[in-house]
Design a protein around this ligand. Structure first.
Ligand code: A3P
Length: 284
């Protein structure tokens, strides 16, 4: 974390991001039929990408699989070798684009949408987000051969509260995108609602994307997205990153990590940042 660089108020790991690849994003051209997925890290990004991709494939709208969809248009992952936005240039429409960027760094054609562009914003309660992020960060650091870089929980939590984590402050990110809540190009979803009633959320996504599928196909798609089914498919895929992502998949794991004083300090910040905004989260 100490080696991350700051770019316009957010932090980035130089092993996956460059100033140049972030510079080009605001002017990146979004196609009229693109589906843009926006998440803060650990909100359930891979889960929602799988769902949207499978729905589009079942409806015969795309042949692309999730293995071909780069995580974050702004990043360069080793297995892709070039920035996500470059890889996507040659993909057939309709494309699925994903970004973790805060509102002020995102493509202008998403923050000022016109035509048929569709954006899905998935959010998750910040306590489970920071726990998930902490575990993921540890696994990543360890796999990169730098066990001494692994940040302990107390320090990681403080960094999160200070907004000194990848992609910057959770609340800045959430509230930035929340400005778009009434825009018809946008669909806002929450991880906790997906856990509570995945069927209803999938129905909402289908409607938003104008996808018609028969009930049997829809039911079998929903079944394939349970934590057990999806993560066992990921395990057999041989993609190490996916095995890091598949951890517990529950709401409320924060209770196993936060001390009482940590929870109180966190709640105070939550109230201070979200009171009066209309944005709230379930924590269990
Ligand atoms: P946990 O670490 O709390 O288990 P992202 O894809 O944005 O990195 O998010 C990862 C989080 O989404 C992980 O949370 C992961 O377990 C969870 N997740 C992925 N697929 C899921 C599913 N089908 N059901 C519930 N949670 C899922």
């Amino acid at each position: 974390m100490d080696k991350w660089f700051e770019y316009k108020g957010a932090l980035f790991d130089p092993r996956m991001f460059t100033k140049e690849s972030l510079d080009v994003i605001p002017d990146y051209v979004i196609r009229d039929d693109d589906v843009v997925i926006v998440t803060y890290p650990k909100a359930g990004t891979n889960w929602i990408i799988e769902i949207v991709n499978k729905l589009l494939r079942a409806a015969g709208k795309t042949d692309v699989t999730t293995e071909d969809i780069p995580w974050a248009i702004e990043s360069t992952l080793p297995q892709f070798g070039q920035p996500g936005h470059v890889i996507l240039k040659d993909q057939p429409s309709p494309r699925i684009l994903h970004t973790h960027l805060p509102y002020h760094l995102a493509p202008n054609m998403v923050t000022n949408p016109e035509g048929k562009v569709k954006a899905i914003v998935l959010m998750r309660n910040p306590k489970d987000t920071v726990v998930s992020s902490h575990h993921f960060n540890r696994k990543m650091q360890a796999s990169l051969g730098a066990p001494s870089d692994v940040t302990p929980w107390d320090k990681y939590l403080q960094c999160f509260l200070d907004g000194k984590v990848m992609y910057g402050d959770f609340y800045d990110h959430a509230l930035g995108w929340w400005q778009m809540r009434d825009d018809p190009h946008f669909l806002f979803l929450k991880y906790e609602d997906m856990k509570k009633d995945l069927s209803s959320v999938v129905m909402k996504i289908k409607e938003f994307l104008d996808i018609t599928l028969d009930d049997v196909t829809t039911a079998s798609i929903i079944e394939s997205f349970s934590f057990a089914n999806l993560t066992s498919a990921w395990k057999t895929s041989g993609n190490q990153l996916k095995t890091f992502i598949a951890r517990k998949g529950v709401v409320g794991d924060w209770k196993n990590h936060f001390s009482e004083p940590q929870s109180e300090a966190f709640d105070a910040r939550y109230r201070e940042r979200l009171e009066g905004t209309g944005l709230q989260f379930d924590f269990e």
